[in-house]
Design a protein around this ligand. Structure first.
Ligand SMILES: *[C@@H]1O[C@H](CO)[C@@H](O)[C@H](O)[C@H]1NC(C)=O
Ligand SMILES: *[C@@H]1O[C@H](CO)[C@@H](O)[C@H](O)[C@H]1NC(C)=O
Ligand SMILES: *[C@@H]1O[C@H](CO)[C@@H](O)[C@H](O)[C@H]1NC(C)=O
Ligand SMILES: *[C@@H]1O[C@H](CO)[C@@H](O)[C@H](O)[C@H]1NC(C)=O
Ligand SMILES: *[C@@H]1O[C@H](CO)[C@@H](O)[C@H](O)[C@H]1NC(C)=O
Ligand SMILES: *[C@@H]1O[C@H](CO)[C@@H](O)[C@H](O)[C@H]1NC(C)=O
Length: 935
């Protein structure tokens, strides 16, 4: 008995030892010690940590105190959350993350993690939130994630994962939010998502999902936010998908969905605010039940095939803000068909109403003038609407955009249109409007686009259009306008996209002022009765890409200075009375792709280089005097110039040395004169060129030599429009910084011009000093433009604020006094630019990388590539940023121009606001200094 007891207790003892041992191994597997190892393994995989967050992960502090790490209170200091979002971390994610078994939340969004998401993440059974969005993980969603069955929020948006949604994930039935936007995921939307009864947010936007939207999703009673736009989904919206009592946001835009909408669509969506169906193939009528979804604020049904009349009860949607029905086949022919517009007058928040590109006909109802005065956009173009522009339209005085183009409108433009003071775009082209253009158009001073082409307007172009200082596009083509072109229009140096006056009856000469439009991209004057010579000042329009003056009565010769318009791509001077030779210099226009000089009276030899070497790109027909050129042109050979060759060569022998002697003397004189002169030169408004003569020029060869052929070892930095090299000029042994513009880059010419323009008028101890410039050709004959600046040995402020790891292990950091001094220097520079410089200049690109530090750590502001010169005429106060945007003139970056007016003015406001901040800072610096010395 005792023996058995003994044996039993022995057994028990052994058993408990075993048990104990097992427990011990389990603890070494998953204890706070393994958490430490796992965190260190995490840190180990990070190759770049610009914010230095992981440097706090060291032995001096317990890991529960490390930044981004949260430990549980109860669980023996186990890690329960890891939050390192937006730290700029680069590296892969360690599989050891799976050892942090107490983790409930991982947030690594907005870093640069790459490689696959480790499958070990599936060990995290307690995980509730996983956010890996905005990273570079690849290789699909790991199947093992299905083990994290407690997961509530899964956010993988903007990761190029690709692959399908693994079916195993059906186990994640507690999910409340699933975000897979822009993840390159393919396949079908899994129907089992319909079982996730807690799901309130499902966004699968911008992927490659195909197939139908599963009806099962209709079971998601808690769904609030549903977005599957920008996929390849097909099929219909079934009634099952119209019963979401909590749904707030519904977006299926830009798929291939089809069929008609269920007639009762709006009856069971009591909370719906956004209903976006645009860019599909829906057809049939717009269901009247939408008027029952009374919380709707945003409706976009555009670009479908909806037909029939617009339901007349939309006015019940009291909160309607945005209604876009454009690009459908909607109809209206009489008052009945337009009843919906009457009802929309009840929607007092309506901002945007787009009905363009439909089959709306008949006459616009008078009620249009009673629409919400909040209305910003009224777009009714491309319909069949007849009658006059409705009177009372001027009541909508908050309109930004009014588009009636491509209709059958008749009558005049009402003079009252000048009351729409907020208007930025007016489209009336392609109608049957008549009469003269009201001069009140000149009151629309915010106008950016004025499109009146293809009507029957007559009479003169009102000179008041010269008031439209914000105009970028001006299209008056295809009318019967007469008289001469008012000079005032050419003073719109702001005009930056195009001026189109083609096919009118305009007479007179092209005024010299045409050269003021230094921002213009296209000047189209074809098919008028313009006479006189082509003004040489056109060459000031340096960024002009398209110049069409064909089918006029121009005479005289083709000015060789046209070859200064370096950006020129298309040039048509055909069907005029031009005479004389074709300027050989036109062959230097590298971007020229189309040249039509046909049907003039040109004579002499046709050049053979540049565009003249491409017979299909040029037309020279109907010019009887031309000869030579490349054989493909089949022109007669030019007569030999033997007769007076001797005389000429004699002349050459005598005259050339005299001319060169004179020019040498002039140059020397100029140089001495310029060096002598201390005061800044008086400003004349002609870009680049005057800077060209202000500074001694340097050649491409010299710069190549100075920078060791622009070697990468001398590269100091690269920007949007070019690169900066360190170099040493032979004369004077000066160390310089050479900024070479990349002429292939669109906008580089503009940037060069802007910078020259700005540098021409500024001079201050806190601005980078220009030494010289180079504007010539490189060894391949391509345009080469460079600016040479003082070299700044201490680099840019950017490098000091965000230092890279230096080889010596030295930490470069600025002390408070240095920082303050730099800020004051920058403020001084801004003060000078804004207030003491005539005309004022806005830098517009002020950032640490453009603040350079000399040997004494004095800051100099550089890079004027986006600078704007403000209108001299108006005295301005930059403290008031709202007003100052009104008077801005000068050069716009090409990229800004293309982003549309909205962005553009925002940019202006931003840059003035920022620079003014520095100015205010200057005002307060004395106080600051006092504080500092007291401390
Ligand atoms: C994580 O756990 C695995 C096995 O459980 C082990 O092999 C690995 O070494 C652990 N990693 C760290 C960093 O402790
Ligand atoms: C270690 O981390 C602490 C903060 O947790 C930090 O103050 C200290 O500078 C770090 N030590 C090193 C050597 O980075
Ligand atoms: C792990 O937990 C034990 C028990 O609570 C504690 O004594 C030990 O200091 C902890 N170790 C770490 C690294 O936190
Ligand atoms: C994701 O899709 C985009 C668009 O088709 C494509 O440009 C990109 O290369 C894809 N990325 C991956 C990792 O497949
Ligand atoms: C709008 O709702 C009311 C009340 O529920 C219903 O009687 C009516 O038929 C609905 N309208 C449409 C067009 O479905
Ligand atoms: C245009 O502005 C001028 C001057 O401010 C004013 O006299 C005129 O009445 C305005 N015209 C319209 C139509 O608003």
């Amino acid at each position: 008995m005792e023996v058995t007891m003994l044996l039993l207790s022995l057994l028990l003892f052994l058993n408990s030892v075993n048990h104990f041992r097992f427990a011990a191994t389990a603890r070494t597997l998953f204890t706070n010690e393994t958490d430490l190892l796992a965190l260190l393994a995490f840190k180990d995989r990070i190759t770049s940590d610009p914010s230095g967050v992981l440097s706090t992960w060291n032995a001096t502090t317990h890991f529960c105190g490390w930044e981004g790490v949260t430990c549980g209170r109860k669980n023996q200091q186990r890690v329960i959350a890891l939050d390192l979002s937006s730290r700029g971390l680069v590296g892969s994610l360690t599989p050891s993350i799976g050892n942090l078994t107490f983790l409930r939340k991982i947030n690594l969004q907005n870093n640069s993690f790459f490689d696959a998401i480790p499958s070990h993440i599936g060990h995290l059974h307690r995980l509730q939130r996983l956010n890996l969005s905005f990273n570079s993980f690849v290789g699909g969603i790991p199947v093992e994630l299905s083990n994290c069955s407690d997961l509530r929020r899964l956010d993988l948006k903007r990761i190029p994962l690709a692959g399908r949604i693994p079916d195993e994930l059906r186990s994640l039935s507690k999910l409340e939010a699933l975000r897979l936007e822009a993840t390159n995921i393919t396949g079908e939307i899994p129907p089992w998502l319909g079982n996730f009864s807690s799901l309130s947010l499902l966004t699968l936007w911008s992927n490659f999902f195909e197939g139908t939207i599963p009806e099962e999703l209709g079971n998601l009673a808690n769904l609030e936010y549903f977005e599957v736009s920008e996929n390849m989904l097909s099929g219909i919206i079934s009634l099952h998908l119209c019963n979401f009592s909590n749904l707030h946001f519904f977006n299926v835009a830009n798929n291939q969905l089809q069929g008609s909408l269920p007639p009762t669509l709006g009856n069971a969506l009591p909370r719906l605010n956004y209903l976006w169906l645009d860019g599909n193939r829906f057809e049939g009528p717009i269901p009247a039940s939408i008027g029952n979804a009374t919380r709707i604020g945003n409706i976009d049904f555009s670009n479908n095939r909806f037909s029939g009349q617009v339901p007349s009860n939309l006015g019940r949607l009291q909160g309607l803000y945005y209604l876009n029905l454009g690009g459908n086949q909607l109809e209206a022919s009489d008052a009945n068909g337009w009843e919906f517009l009457d009802s929309l007058t009840n929607c007092s928040f309506l901002r945007i109403l787009a009905l363009d590109d439909n089959r709306l006909g008949g006459i616009l109802p008078k009620s249009i003038a009673n629409l919400s005065i909040e209305l910003h956009s009224l777009l009714i173009g491309s319909n069949h609407i007849s009658g006059n522009i409705p009177s009372g339209i001027e009541n909508l005085f908050n309109l930004y955009e009014l588009a009636f183009e491509e209709n059958l409108l008749t009558g005049n433009i009402p003079a009252d249109i000048g009351k729409l003071q907020m208007l930025q775009a007016l489209y009336l082209g392609g109608n049957r409007l008549t009469g003269t253009l009201p001069s009140s158009l000149g009151n629309l001073t915010r106008l950016n686009t004025l499109d009146l082409d293809g009507n029957a307007f007559e009479g003169p172009i009102p000179s008041s259009l010269g008031n439209l200082q914000h105009l970028a596009d001006l299209d008056l083509s295809h009318n019967s306008l007469s008289g001469s072109i008012p000079k005032e229009i050419f003073n719109l140096s702001f005009l930056s996209n195009f001026v189109d006056f083609s096919d009118n009856n305009l007479i007179g000469e092209l005024p010299l002022e045409v050269g003021s439009m230094t921002n213009l991209g296209a000047l189209l004057l074809s098919g008028n009765k313009l006479s006189g010579e082509i003004p040489g000042t056109l060459s000031n329009c340096e960024v002009l890409e398209n110049l069409f003056i064909d089918n006029n009565f121009l005479n005289g010769t083709i000015p060789a200075s046209l070859s200064d318009i370096k950006a020129l791509q298309n040039l048509d001077l055909s069907h005029n009375n031009l005479s004389g030779p074709i300027p050989e210099l036109l062959a230097n226009l590298h971007f020229l792709a189309y040249l039509n000089l046909s049907f003039n009276h040109l004579d002499g030899a046709v050049p053979t280089k540049g565009i003249f070497n491409n017979a299909t790109a040029i037309s020279l027909l109907g010019n009887d005097g031309l000869c030579g050129g490349i054989p493909e042109l089949h022109l007669p050979a030019c007569p030999r110039k033997s007769s007076n060759k001797r005389g000429r060569s004699h002349l050459v022998r005598v005259v050339i040395p005299i001319i060169s002697a004179i020019s040498c003397l002039t140059l020397i004189f100029l140089f001495v004169f310029l060096c002598w002169k201390q005061k800044p030169r008086k400003i004349t408004r002609s870009p680049a060129s005057s800077l060209d003569d202000t500074y001694p020029k340097v050649s491409y060869r010299e710069l190549a030599e100075a920078t060791e052929r622009f070697s990468s070892t001398n590269l100091l930095g690269t920007g949007r429009y070019g690169s900066v090299y360190k170099g040493s000029l032979r004369c004077g042994n000066a160390v310089v910084a050479v900024k070479v513009f990349n002429m292939q880059q669109l906008g580089a010419i503009k940037s060069f011009v802007a910078e020259c323009d700005a540098l021409r008028i500024i001079r201050h101890r806190n601005l980078v000093k220009i030494i010289t410039l180079c504007s010539g050709v490189d060894f391949r004959g391509y345009d080469f433009k460079a600016l040479v600046f003082e070299f700044m040995p201490n680099g840019s402020l950017e490098e000091w604020l965000h230092p890279r790891i230096s080889e010596q292990g030295m930490t470069n950091s600025l002390n408070v006094l240095q920082r303050l001094n730099i800020a004051i220097d920058v403020a001084e520079a801004m003060d000078y630019l804004h207030h003491n410089c005539q005309p004022p200049v806005v830098h517009c690109d002020l950032k640490p990388s453009n603040v350079l530090l000399d040997a004494d750590m004095v800051a100099h502001v550089g890079d004027f590539g986006l600078a704007k010169i403000l209108c001299e005429a108006k005295s301005m106060s930059l403290q008031n940023s709202a007003n100052s945007t009104e008077v801005i003139r000068g050069t716009l970056g090409m990229s800004l121009q293309n982003t549309g007016q909205g962005d553009w003015s925002l940019h202006q406001v931003m840059c003035i606001a920022m620079e003014s901040f520095f100015w205010r800072f200057l005002q307060e610096r004395d106080q600051l200094m006092m504080h500092l010395t007291m401390d």
